[in-house]
Design a protein around this ligand. Structure first.
Ligand code: PLP
Length: 425
């Protein structure tokens, strides 16, 4: 498409009429297509199906029967497997339940309720009408924002650049305000743009001066081994923080939701010895231990970090054609038009698209009315408020390719209609 600025009003009106005809044709098909959530397709889940084979051996290396109560921090076999995969000392790891989001919520809830290292519990500030605040690089993951909202934590959006959060903004804010207690980070293949943090950003986050002694980095490495087009290295935040004299600053989260089964995988939190000791104390009031049989199933299935990496290559082969479809359709139909720009992720689960300012909600509405469900406009911003109303998250993994192609064709018509409507006023 030629640049939208090259069209006269008359030509735009004629183009809009053509698009409206195509839109009506799409509506008449009564489709039900979904590009809303980052869910693996059945073909991806099938690759882990052997994990569900009947277990023949439940005895751990030290002779413990995994079927019984106990081992709060998770079995050493599992902590070692994922520790080796991520380069983390197994002693610094707790394996939790079936989802990392749960560990994130618990970690922050514990800090709200009990505080850390002798600092006031974060809820204390809320009760004094000075709620604590988190920095939220945007666009970001809606469920991080929901945790903050639920716990009464104020969110401050900060720009997410191509190599990580805008550190001039971050460093200034955390140095000045002792109520800023945290920052959300998805350091590899971020949701939704696929941003990967540079070494320099990791070092600066680890070493920056913060007014709050209990400032914490919530390092959600959800897509840490989820490379699709290119393997991207990541500097280790735990090591960098320890080197900078801030060993207690990071909480590192990871899960197998997009490796084995979402909702039935395993999740981990890793941090300093002091933080892990605190966390275990609180967790011991919550549970006697998480699902060791699932931990053991994962160990018996994957066995080695190399096998996990190979499994991720097979998953990438499943996902790549879907990313190719989205990126080539956007390129063919919208490149150079000036109606949208989009990310070119190297991995992860999403593609992020920016419409013209003020067009995201309208685009999502048009798509919905033509049978294509997208993540709600605004979801990628705290409080669901995208100040420019322009960001839309595309999740290509769940539909089969034929459906994805149809959904993208309709979506592109909607982006164009919303943009032209806006220009024509
Ligand atoms: N973190 C990020 C950045 C995600 O995108 C997702 C899922 O989309 C999750 C966490 C959810 O992970 P889990 O299933 O381990 O709770």
């Amino acid at each position: 498409m030629k640049p939208i600025t090259d069209y006269s009003d008359e030509a735009l009106r004629s183009l809009l009429r053509e698009l409206q005809v195509q839109y009506k044709e799409a509506q008449a098909q009564n489709l039900k297509l979904n590009m809303a959530r980052g869910k693996p397709a059945a073909s991806q889940l099938d690759l882990s199906a052997p994990l569900l084979r009947t277990m023949e051996n439940y005895t751990l290396a030290d002779g413990t029967d995994a079927r019984n109560y106990g081992i709060l921090e998770g079995i050493i076999e599992c902590r070692t497997l994922f520790g080796d995969l991520l380069g983390i000392d197994p002693e610094q790891i707790i394996i939790g339940g079936n989802a990392s989001l749960n560990l994130m919520f618990d970690t922050i809830s514990f800090l709200c309720l009990f505080g850390t290292g002798g600092c006031e519990p974060w809820l204390y500030h809320k009760h004094n009408d000075t709620p604590v605040k988190f920095l939220c690089p945007v666009p970001g993951y809606d469920r991080h924002f929901t945790i903050c909202e639920e716990l009464g934590i104020e969110m401050i959006p900060v720009p997410l650049n191509e190599d990580g959060p805008d550190m001039d903004t971050v460093k200034k804010l955390v140095k000045e305000d002792p109520l800023i207690k945290g920052i959300w980070c998805v350091p590899l293949h971020s949701n939704p743009q696929g941003v990967c943090y540079s070494d320099q950003i990791v070092e600066e986050l680890a070493a920056m001066e913060t007014a709050a002694d209990d400032f914490r980095i919530f390092w959600d490495n959800a897509y840490g081994v989820h490379h699709i087009y290119e393997e991207v290295p990541l500097k280790d935040i735990l090591t960098e923080c320890a080197k900078a004299g801030n060993p207690d600053r990071p909480y590192y989260f990871f899960s197998t939701s997009k490796i084995s089964f979402p909702g039935s995988g395993i999740a981990l939190v890793a941090s300093s010895t002091a933080n892990i000791t605190e966390f275990k104390k609180h967790m011991s009031a919550q549970t006697i231990g998480h699902d060791k049989l699932n931990q053991l199933r994962h160990v018996q299935f994957f066995k080695t970090p190399e096998n996990i990496r190979n499994h991720m290559k097979k998953l990438a082969d499943e996902i790549r054609p879907k990313f190719d479809i989205v990126l080539s359709k956007l390129g063919d139909s919208l490149k150079g038009s000036g109606l949208a720009s989009w990310s070119n992720p190297k991995g992860g689960y999403f593609i992020s698209l920016d419409t013209l300012s003020g067009c995201a909600a309208r685009t999502v509405q048009l798509a919905r009315e033509a049978g294509v469900t997208l993540t709600g406009a605004g979801a990628t911003y705290p409080y669901g408020k995208d100040p420019k109303d322009s960001n839309i998250r595309i999740a290509p993994t769940y539909p089969v390719t034929a459906e994805l192609e149809k959904a993208m064709d309709i979506f592109i018509i909607c982006v164009k209609i919303a943009g032209i409507e806006k220009i024509l006023g």
